[in-house]
Unconditional design. Structure first.
Length: 274
């Protein structure tokens, strides 16, 4: 089953509904609290599937905060706090300290304090972030025909960075070439190692957008999620940076494919009324 199949199965079999304004199906659940709206999101990550082996413990800690807070940004809300639960295998104290320092750095970066969580033993490193946000105007998915589609920044670098790792794992490039590519394309590698949640941008966009989501599953899927939209290759090329075009040309990759399938970019995809 795909992730979407699992979500559909959950939706079709959960019958109890509470007083939430927005439930399953968007970047956050939304609750009315007084004159404001509380946004809540949760994101689970496993070492084997979410954290490339080149990530340091510090970068892993940063990443779980960034990925979770990005959903708050997608609602154009302000982060209030984050809870992080840890499933820990046997790890060295130094690894754990670096991981915690990465989490702390991420919390400071997004003004989102760590307010709780849980710890337990696990076969592999497992991190689950739950973030809370607040807004007086939550922005949902659901763009309308006639609205313009926009991005906070360009896309495609994460796909290229992961392709470098895939070429290494397939034995297509030597260790020396791997490190050379890392140095040749620093912005591509940085996008993978140190992504940014667009919290400030989300807050600025709050009053001006019709819909919004963050790019965690790739632009192609997010265009479908936000309103079953398509985008022309000509327009998409404007959102692809020069280093991605150069990398794709060098390794015979379609840059449009790279841009559409570059997941965990954490840029905001939004629509605006003309």
């Amino acid at each position: 089953m795909t992730e979407l199949d699992v979500i559909k199965t959950i939706l079709n079999n959960i019958t109890y509904r509470g007083d939430e304004v927005k439930g399953i199906g968007d970047d956050c659940a939304v609750f009315k609290v007084g004159d404001s709206y509380l946004t809540v999101t949760s994101d689970m990550m496993f070492r084997s599937t979410h954290f490339p082996d080149i990530l340091t413990p510090f970068q892993i800690g940063m990443r779980v905060v960034t990925a979770t807070v990005s959903d708050i940004a997608a609602m154009c809300a302000k982060p209030l706090g984050i809870l992080i639960s840890m499933g820990l295998p046997k790890v060295e104290r130094g690894f754990l300290l670096d991981l915690i320092q990465g989490i702390d750095h991420g919390c400071k970066r997004y003004s989102c304090p760590l307010v709780g969580g849980d710890t337990d033993k696990a076969k592999e490193l497992t991190l689950c972030g739950t973030a809370l946000g607040i807004t007086d105007n939550p922005v949902y998915r659901g763009g309308k025909v006639g609205e313009d589609i926009m991005l906070t920044y360009n896309v495609g670098r994460v796909y290229c960075a992961l392709e470098i790792l895939r070429m290494r794992d397939r034995g297509e490039i030597s260790r020396e070439t791997f490190h050379n590519l890392w140095e040749e394309y620093p912005d591509i590698m940085k996008k993978l190692l140190e992504p940014t949640a667009r919290v400030k941008e989300g807050l600025l966009l709050n009053r001006y957008v019709g819909s919004c989501c963050d790019i965690s599953d790739g632009l192609k899927k997010e265009l479908f999620y936000i309103g079953n939209f398509e985008i022309s290759s000509k327009k998409l090329l404007r959102a692809i940076p020069k280093d991605v075009i150069e990398f794709c040309d060098r390794f015979q990759i379609d840059p449009i494919h790279a841009a559409l399938n570059s997941g965990e970019e954490f840029e905001l995809l939004f629509t605006t009324r003309r």
